[in-house]
Ligand binder design. Structure first.
Ligand SMILES: [Zn+2]
Length: 371
């Protein structure tokens, strides 16, 4: 296996992120700061290092209650316009500093209305924050474009309302729709009304499916709901058998996902934490990449997983020996799968991604791939 790429080099590579939760990516220092401002006293620590370790520990604890508690703290401090603008702005700046050139960041507007912000005001605040963060990033020398995905909670009953919000804001940097939350017991078909509405409006959506739960969840998301992308989709490997000869045999659903180039929004570290994979090296991303599924690499929750796009790609390079060609492949896959007009996707691929990886290959004295 070739020597893995260094994080120092990977951070300079252009990257594309399709699956990142706004309330899962706060800076620990900001969380402490905002808690102090609003008198929120339930944080497990007010020391930056300790708090960061507590979040990471909770993610690895194997306890769903403890993992969900982490989001109680982050959403608690995201209930005013000022705090939402700040968190969104810092998100854009942090991603830009990590070398991300295009991102779709998701959040559930209904989780930010405890202090009487309307859903519209929540969305507007986050979009204003992304815009401010993009300007600040440019001043620091990093070019990024950040768009929003609006998430509805699968156990709640507001999906149609959130879907309508997506359409209302579609020309103002809202890229699409998503549903998230516990998969078991809450199939995506509970929200058919929202999905059918979005399809009639020619809108895009992704669905968290096939993370902890199996093939039926993926099948429903695609064949009943019409999802454009799968949030995680890891369990699609349950429909793939690798024989003794090393050859893979795909079931009908896996074949459909590959044939239709359905994007898989994979987040290796997060999947290891939730138990969807035992380790990065054993993560199905290796097999699915070998089989040329439309694999993309994502962070999911940067705070809870203590990760960045750079750390995820570094871990993949270490585990599977991926070099610049493969990291470019993941990045182009993600850009092709973005909820952004086709011509704009092409422009980012041709003007930012390909030149960026060409430069890195040249620096490493590697010849560019033919295709
Ligand atoms: Zn997620």
């Amino acid at each position: 296996m070739p020597a893995p790429l260094s994080a120092d080099a990977i951070v300079t590579a252009p990257k594309v992120l399709l699956h990142d939760h706004l309330d899962g990516g706060l800076r620990p220092a900001t969380l402490i700061d905002l808690s102090g401002q609003i008198g929120y006293r339930a944080l497990p620590s007010t020391d930056v290092g300790e708090l960061a370790r507590w979040f990471a520990g909770s993610a690895y604890s194997g306890s769903l209650e403890r993992y969900l508690e982490t989001f109680t703290h982050t959403t608690a401090v995201m209930q005013t316009r000022e705090s939402l603008v700040r968190v969104a702005s810092e998100c854009a700046q942090d991603l830009a500093a990590d070398g991300v050139v295009y991102a779709e960041v998701r959040f559930a507007p209904e989780l930010h209305t405890e202090q009487n912000l309307t859903l519209d005001q929540v969305v507007q605040a986050v979009l204003d924050g992304f815009a401010a963060g993009t300007v600040a990033a440019a001043e620091a020398g990093h070019q990024i474009r950040v768009r929003a995905l609006l998430t509805a909670m699968r156990h709640a009953a507001r999906s149609r309302e959130i879907a309508e919000l997506c359409i209302e804001f579609r020309d103002r940097a809202v890229a699409g729709f998503d549903i998230a939350g516990a998969e078991a017991g809450f199939p995506p078909t509970r929200h058919l009304d929202a999905f059918e509405y979005l399809r009639r409006e020619n809108a895009h959506f992704t669905i968290h499916a096939g993370e902890a739960f199996g093939l039926p969840s993926i099948w429903e998301a695609l064949q009943w709901c019409g999802a454009d992308r799968l949030g995680h989709g890891v369990r699609i490997v349950d429909d793939i058998e690798v024989g003794r000869d090393g050859r893979a045999h795909l079931g009908r659903l896996a074949e459909y996902v590959r044939d239709k180039r359905i994007p898989l929004e994979m987040a290796p570290t997060s999947n290891v934490q939730t138990g969807a994979a035992n380790s990065i090296a054993e993560h199905p991303i290796g097999l699915l990449t070998d089989l040329k599924f439309r694999v993309t690499v994502n962070t999911d929750n940067r705070l809870m997983s203590g990760c960045t796009m750079t750390s995820e790609m570094t871990a993949l390079s270490e585990a599977f020996g991926y070099g610049w060609d493969m990291l470019q492949w993941f990045t182009v896959n993600a850009m092709k799968s973005a909820f952004l007009p086709f011509d704009e996707r092409l422009t980012i691929i041709e003007q930012m991604i390909k030149p960026g990886y060409d430069r890195l290959r040249r620096a490493a004295n590697v010849v560019a791939p033919v295709a």
